[in-house]
Design a protein around this ligand. Structure first.
Ligand SMILES: Cc1cc2nc3c(=O)[nH]c(=O)nc-3n(C[C@H](O)[C@H](O)[C@H](O)COP(=O)(O)OP(=O)(O)OC[C@H]3O[C@@H](n4cnc5c(N)ncnc54)[C@H](O)[C@@H]3O)c2cc1C
Length: 410
């Protein structure tokens, strides 16, 4: 059994720590703040069993032009952000070609398909069942043609990957969910997905479970990571922690740390925001507003509206236009009251150009492990890819873990 440092206590790092601990390793989890306070805190909270295919970039000229001209609300960009990410975006575009995207999806679908089953024992053992709803997720359409096209695509996803759904008329769905104020053109209900009413609390519950099983939570800066003898060390508030292995699970901050060790990781940083609003009519299940690129779901803090992607530099100031537009547009379907008084949250989806997380041994450093790049679905996939990382670290990587290995990808 080995001593292991896990750097980063988001959903991915905390799940890594639990998976390695369960296999008998001695694990210390290091973060500069409390577990689950960053990207894993403010997301839409959906455990997306339906997300068999990762988000690719549009390949048809019409949709690309619409995006470039800022017509939709799901993606916005700044020139500086796009220029900074240009090589990664170009590679993302190439990986989004239909044949390549289908190949990637065959791997991705195997991850999302087991996501709820991998969360389930952690939810039970951490006593967090009260945070989870198993009601699925709905996509809501105002445009009939778009609904019909996506309903046909949902049938294809069911055939190809076994993802279950119902396609309903808006009037039928409104009879189920009395929160809707009008009849949409149609609704696709993905029945296998789960949702969480406080994503940060779920990560915190998992971290408490790790500590209750003897794991150590340390406050420290991962930037102090260095090699020591045959292993790795990091300075924490309490001590200089040393171990044979170190796992980098710093989400969007991972490339910055790894640059010091000679790795240039091309990452696409997709920023998102959320706001909480009062409502007396919360929706039965989270709603993806397909026309306006936002997700709305009831959380402990209020009705959370979470935005799509802003392709901006890491330091760009907050720009709440997507949130404001999404809120205004959704108010034809949901009662959305006053904004809850709160500090403005934003988070960055850590996306890799080939849409698959990096999971496994660093190509050029013994005892260093990569575990990041979960993009749009890190909250979903944390426990799943942690099992694969633990397999790899134990020398038991199967075919799925091999498909996510960093060798040949960075
Ligand atoms: C608006 C929005 C909505 C989303 N909705 C969903 C959803 O519904 N479902 C889903 O599956 N995913 C969703 N995602 C994506 C998901 O949130 C991320 O993929 C996931 O949170 C990434 O987890 P992580 O653990 O890799 O990163 P993080 O949660 O960011 O964790 C990284 C950790 O590293 C720590 N850290 C960073 N630098 C240092 C340092 N120098 N020293 C020490 N510690 C450090 C941070 O404090 C943090 O705790 C959404 C994302 C956004 C932005």
């Amino acid at each position: 059994m080995a001593e292991i440092l896990v750097l980063g206590a988001g959903m991915v790092g905390v799940s890594t720590a639990l998976a390695l601990q369960a296999r008998g390793h001695t694990v210390s989890l290091v973060d500069r703040t409390a577990p689950g306070r960053e990207t894993s805190f403010g997301n839409a909270g959906i455990i997306q069993a339906e997300a068999a295919e990762p988000y690719g970039l549009p390949r048809d000229l019409g949709r690309l032009l619409a995006m470039a001209m800022g017509r939709g609300n799901d993606v916005t960009w700044s020139l500086q952000g796009v220029m900074q990410m240009a090589p990664a975006l170009w590679s993302y575009f190439r990986n989004s070609a239909p044949r390549r995207h289908a190949e990637i999806s065959r791997t991705y679908a195997r991850l999302t398909a087991r996501s709820t089953a991998d969360h389930a024992p952690l939810i039970a053992a951490s006593g967090a069942g009260n945070l989870i709803a198993r009601e699925g997720l709905v996509q809501l359409y105002r445009d009939r043609a778009a609904f019909e096209a996506d309903a046909a695509d949902a049938a294809r996803l069911a055939r190809d990957y076994g993802v279950r759904h119902r396609a309903l008329s808006g009037a039928d769905y409104r009879r189920e969910d009395a929160a809707l104020l009008g009849d949409p053109a149609g609704v696709i209900h993905w029945t296998d997905s789960w949702s969480c009413s406080a994503p940060g609390c779920l990560v915190h519950s998992y971290a408490k479970l790790f500590a209750s099983r003897g794991g150590r939570l340390l406050e420290g800066d991962a930037a102090s990571l260095g090699q020591s003898g045959t292993g790795w060390q990091v300075s924490t508030v309490a001590e200089r922690a040393e171990a044979e292995h170190a796992v980098v699970a710093l989400g969007p901050w991972s490339p910055t740390l790894l640059r010091r060790f000679g790795y240039r990781i091309p990452m696409i940083y997709k920023r998102g925001y959320h706001g909480h609003f009062s409502t007396s009519r919360p929706p039965l299940r989270p709603i993806v507003d397909m026309d306006n690129g936002v997700v709305a779901g009831q959380m402990q803090a209020g009705l959370r509206i979470a935005t799509g992607a802003a392709l901006v530099t890491r330091r760009a100031p907050a720009d709440l236009r997507q949130l404001d537009r999404g809120r205004a547009a959704l108010s034809d379907m949901l009662e959305i009251g006053a904004r809850v008084d709160e500090a403005q949250w934003s988070g960055t989806r850590p996306c890799l150009p080939d849409m698959l997380p990096l999971v496994g041994a660093a190509p050029r450093h013994k005892g260093l492990w990569f575990h990041f790049g979960h993009g749009h679905q890190g909250f979903t996939l944390g426990p799943t890819t942690s099992e694969l990382l633990a397999d790899a670290l134990d020398g038991q990587a199967g075919e799925l873990a091999a498909a996510l290995a960093p060798a040949g990808r960075v």
